[in-house]
Design a protein around this ligand. Structure first.
Ligand SMILES: [Zn+2]
Length: 175
């Protein structure tokens, strides 16, 4: 039947917000040398050291191929192979900056989020939850965000000023 035991998997439901989804940051990958063509590896997300999801991936010159099983809203498990192409922009000093090309809208993005497929924030129709929330709830969210940010500083390999990287093992996922 498959499921978590059979390899890479992601599980999510429609209520999840962008902050709680599985994200892949191309800068994070670059820092760890994972963008080298030929790389075959895995990315996993965890809460308190317990793995909540993972994807296998393979990098070629032009793209990244992701493999995982996916479950949406407690439904059937589905095998997914997702292809994310790269694109480059020139920057000062002659270097090149690598981006993901979102398969949904062809935007150049640094972070893609899984869902059923890995797409940019816009494609997942992810508006910040606070835009639709009443004021008290918004305050709660604000507090949660601050806690999340503090959680980020626990990972010594990432600067505190950066967006938390959920791929860092042991990092709380939700706050
Ligand atoms: Zn998109």
């Amino acid at each position: 039947m498959g499921g978590p035991g059979s390899g890479y998997y992601l599980r999510f439901d429609s209520k999840q917000t962008v902050e709680s989804m599985y994200d892949i940051d191309i800068r994070w990958m670059k820092k760890r040398g994972l963008l080298e063509p030929g790389t075959i590896s895995k990315i996993s997300w965890s809460i308190n050291g317990e793995e909540t999801g993972s994807v296998g991936f393979q990098v070629t010159k032009s793209r990244m191929i992701l493999n995982y099983r996916n479950q949406h809203n407690g439904g059937e498990w589905e095998d997914i192979e997702d292809e994310i192409f790269f694109t480059w922009t020139g920057c000062n000093y002659g270097g090149k900056r690598q981006w993901f090309l979102c398969p949904g809208c062809h935007r150049r993005v640094a972070i893609i989020y899984g869902g059923k497929y890995f797409r940019c924030r816009h494609c997942h129709d992810l508006t910040y939850a606070c835009q639709q929330e009443s004021p008290p709830f918004r305050l709660t969210r604000k507090a949660q965000k601050i806690r999340k940010r503090l959680g980020a500083s626990l990972c010594t390999s990432d600067p505190i000023t950066e967006k938390p990287k959920y791929m860092c093992t042991g990092r709380p996922l939700n706050y």
